[in-house]
Design a protein around this ligand. Structure first.
Ligand SMILES: Cc1cc2nc3c(=O)[nH]c(=O)nc-3n(C[C@H](O)[C@H](O)[C@H](O)COP(=O)(O)OP(=O)(O)OC[C@H]3O[C@@H](n4cnc5c(N)ncnc54)[C@H](O)[C@@H]3O)c2cc1C
Length: 478
């Protein structure tokens, strides 16, 4: 098949027939629904960018598995160069779409499975890695997009999966046959599940022996029978449906809840089934990879905020105000420290027994803690530099109204020579960047809750080495 064009990708998504609901109604055509389409366009942009001559060297490479050019979103890292490319691509993509492109999570799952299926097979003599390799070939040959089905709905957070009153609070096996398994449960916050060809499922937490039925990993097409996508609301979603006051006029993001209503998974698509002690390894690998992806992406998102602030400063005549320059500098250093931390986690990466490269976990998690706070701060600085119309700009419909439109255009002008329409569009973009609930400040939980990052840092850091250094300096032998 080879690399898909943007158009081929959209048509391949159109060929799928998922069960999807939004605002209480069944969606029969997801691709032409304006809200979902804006999300699909963001993923389509990864296909478009990969084929641009100036990006080809960064976005594509020869897969050692199929010996053909592939997009890096289907390539588990097998070198430091591959790890570095992940960060650079995510920054470039976020800069281009100004929102979540939704394709990194699939790669993070593929990279995790490359390491962990190998480790499980080594211990138990299972054939999960062979299943995974066949699946990876399918992803690469057809240049597919995948979603990460990781976060279970979890019920009572203080209870393990097997202890829940309702046993379906974590996705689990309800039946095993010689052909495959049947699973039931639900995964929440499934970014871009309708933009994806495949749903890759991994466990969401560590599991004990009694959680055997819950320790599962597999992949299924996003239109598999029994799979139900329920698109979640986000702050500006109705505007996308109305086609008015959109802000980012090309791209958006949506996150469905995904219900697995007795879904059949053939054995050849199963990558873990019952090996409970490996659930934690899946979680650590996936979350570290994903926190690194986040950092590349969100530094690109801050780039968009910087561009928006600078343009509105030009439009408002505030470009030379020194305190606003300082605020732009504060935004730039936040984007660059985030980016630097993610790059560092790549450069400090290392080879696993499977041959796949893994990143430095502490640096990847440190970048996510930084992001959780600093993305919000960058947003605050952007709003400060732009002004109050980020909050309460009149609607496009008011600007078009014959009675008040010309008055609004007169009074909302900034510096002479800049069309008022441009100023209005830029404010709308600032609002979208600040308020898009599924991808801005509320994305604090994306990639795991902040406490999860802190716990990982503490667990993975070599604390004894630090104590040893301090004791030596103090002249303490033991
Ligand atoms: C915009 C966005 C996109 C996302 N995209 C995806 C995706 O594509 N795929 C996917 O699988 N997931 C996705 N997620 C889910 C994300 O990983 C979760 O939101 C995150 O792991 C937190 O889980 P939760 O939302 O269930 O919150 P909770 O787990 O309920 O956390 C709420 C708070 O309670 C604390 N808490 C919960 N349980 C415990 C406990 N046992 N001990 C101590 N403290 C606890 C947490 O630390 C946190 O502070 C996305 C989330 C967001 C917001």
């Amino acid at each position: 098949m080879g690399l898909k064009t943007k158009e081929e990708y959209i048509e391949s998504i159109r060929a799928l027939k998922p069960t999807a609901f939004m605002f209480g109604e069944r969606l029969t055509n997801v691709v032409d629904n304006p809200r979902i389409r804006a999300g699909i366009e963001a993923t389509a942009a990864t296909y478009e960018m990969a084929l641009k001559p100036e990006n080809r060297d960064l976005f594509t490479t020869i897969s050692p598995l199929i010996n053909e050019p592939v997009c890096r979103f289907t390539l588990p890292p097998s070198s430091i160069e591959d790890l570095v490319a992940r960060v650079k691509i995510n920054r470039k993509m976020a800069n281009y779409v100004g929102t979540c492109h939704q394709r990194c999570t699939g790669l993070d799952c593929l990279s995790t499975l490359a390491i962990v299926t190998y480790d499980i097979d080594k211990k138990y003599g299972t054939k999960y890695n062979a299943n995974y390799i066949e699946f990876l070939k399918h992803m690469q040959k057809n240049d597919l997009a995948a979603n990460a089905g990781v976060t279970d709905v979890k019920g009572d957070r203080s209870l393990a999966p097997n202890e829940q009153v309702d046993k379906d609070m974590f996705l689990h096996v309800v039946e095993k046959t010689d052909k495959g398994i049947v699973v039931r449960g639900a995964k929440a916050h499934q970014t871009g599940s309708l933009s994806a060809h495949e749903i890759i499922v991994l466990p969401t937490r560590a599991m004990g022996k009694a959680d055997k039925d819950y320790a599962i990993a597999f992949a299924i097409p996003s239109d598999t029978k029994g799979l139900i996508h329920v698109v979640g609301r986000s702050t500006l979603d109705k505007r996308e449906l109305e086609g008015c006051d959109i802000g980012n006029v090309f791209y958006s993001k949506y996150c469905p809840t995904l219900i697995f209503d007795n879904v059949f998974v053939p054995w050849e698509r199963v990558f873990m089934c019952g090996e409970t002690e490996f659930a934690v390894e899946m979680v650590i690998r996936f979350s570290s990879f994903h926190r690194q992806s986040h950092g590349g992406c969100k530094s690109g998102r801050i780039d968009c905020m910087i561009g928006t602030a600078l343009t509105l400063m030009d439009y408002n005549g505030t470009t030379k105000m020194s305190h606003l320059r300082q605020k732009v500098i504060d935004m730039i250093h936040r984007a660059e420290t985030l980016y630097g931390c993610c790059l560092a986690s790549s450069y400090e990466g290392y080879k696993e027994p499977s041959g796949t490269y893994f990143i430095d976990t502490v640096l990847a998690n440190a970048s996510k803690i930084h992001e959780g706070k600093e993305l919000a701060e960058a947003s605050r600085l952007m709003i400060d530099a732009c002004g109050g119309f980020v909050a309460d700009l009149p609607s496009d419909k008011d600007f078009e109204n014959p009675e008040i439109g010309s008055l609004l255009k007169k009074y909302l002008k900034g510096v002479d020579g800049i069309p008022v329409e441009n100023r209005v569009k830029m404010y709308r973009l600032a609002e979208k960047l600040a308020m898009e609930s599924a991808d801005s400040i509320s994305d604090i939980h994306g990639g795991g809750s902040p406490e999860a990052h802190r716990v990982t840092i503490f667990r993975e850091t070599n604390l004894e080495d630090k104590k040893k250094a301090a004791k030596r300096l103090a002249g303490i032998d033991k």
